[in-house]
Design a protein around this ligand. Sequence first.
Ligand code: GLY
Ligand code: MN
Ligand code: MN
Length: 457
Amino acid sequence: MTDTPSRLNTGSHDLPVSPELSRFMAGDWAASALPGATRVPAHAVAPARRARLSALFPGERLIVPAGELRVRSNDCDHRFRPHSAYAWLTGLTGEDQVGHVLVMEPSGPHGHEAVLYLRPRSPRAGGNEEFYRDRRYGEFWVGRRPDLAEAERLTGIRCAHLDALGSPAGRVAGTDRDLTVALSELRLVKDAWEVEQLQLAVDHTAAGFEDVVRALPRALAHPRGERWIEGVFGLRARAEGNGTGYETIAASGAHACVLHWIRNDGRLSGDELLLLDAGVETDTLYTADITRTLPLSGRFSPVQRQVYELVLAAQDAGMAALRPGASFRDFHRAGMRVIAEGLAEWGVLKDAEGDLHRRYTLCSSGHMLGLDVHDCAKARAETYLDGVLEEGQVLTVEPGLYLQPDDETLPAELRGIGVRIEDDLVITADGARLMSGALPRTVAGIEEWMGQLLDAR
Ligand code: GLY
Ligand code: MN
Ligand code: MN
């Protein structure tokens, strides 16, 4: 038996290989080239993105790694997703991008040449056993990777073997502050292709919400109904796209007062609300981020409706404040004004002034959306939080009221109700377009929609 070469990623329980088997495995394989016309979906738009980055750093080498695997436990890794900046610049979005690096090499007085350093498909001949023995990179373990020529065709970028990368000096995305900021800010305005991808993510997400409503009878009967809902949405996300763009929040009753409730281990009760915050991430890695708060009985009770309609009014006010040139914070301020006034009207707050309403709203009410659910988070305040909206930006508007079950400032009937309504919008020349309008938002719209889906089962 041959020793396992140390460069192979094998498991302690993998069987040794005899010289005869090694020789046998090396031959008699038919050619299996990638179809010649295959291109990454962002093939046409990625060169302009690289040119915009290049213009910001003349004469400097820029290094953008796809990222490395993270151990989940023992010899098992988490599923890999390339870094968003790498995906944006290369169009490469697959799990096979582990360890790959894009280098923008200064070339000429101002520009750069992009070079992709990658681990090409390993040959099957010549004693290279990786293809059938390596659990991390082997073709027979994790699937086929392109060879260098195929990768060049896929991306339109010159490709080189990862082993040739060495340790070049330069700015590295993720550790170099200026490069990291630039890669966030360059992505603030989406091109038309990106808006299409985001619309696709939103449309699949709407289908996932419909799946959840249809599945409510099963979920209500299960001791961990929140998990059932997470699973139903996850099925849609995985079937239509890469998966969910973030961990699904399936929060029933007072769990909805926990902003990022992802334990999802609760039982559903027919007289409570369900807050579902979920998004499908496309194969191109763009994600939606939508929340609906639904009455599990199919009908809002009077007090549920009271809370819901205040959040809805806040969301309407926020969405009406979206237009190019408006300050990014305007929509949040508009929504929070409505909430504060509502709380004062209910007698929960003495008046609508100051920031005491934040005891019940907890977080800000929207963010940029794109390859990351909280997209462009490394942008400077002056270009994002303190900046103005621009045509082509995509963002969420997601006011909420989180009335904790043990909050003694609240009348008993309001305690334990959590409502968030979250939609995705793209800024247009004169306002904003609601991308997630396929899902109803009003009380009547939700009740009718739920009734139809449940009746049609
Ligand atoms: N689901 C996270 C958020 O809405 O921002
Ligand atoms: Mn959000
Ligand atoms: Mn959300």
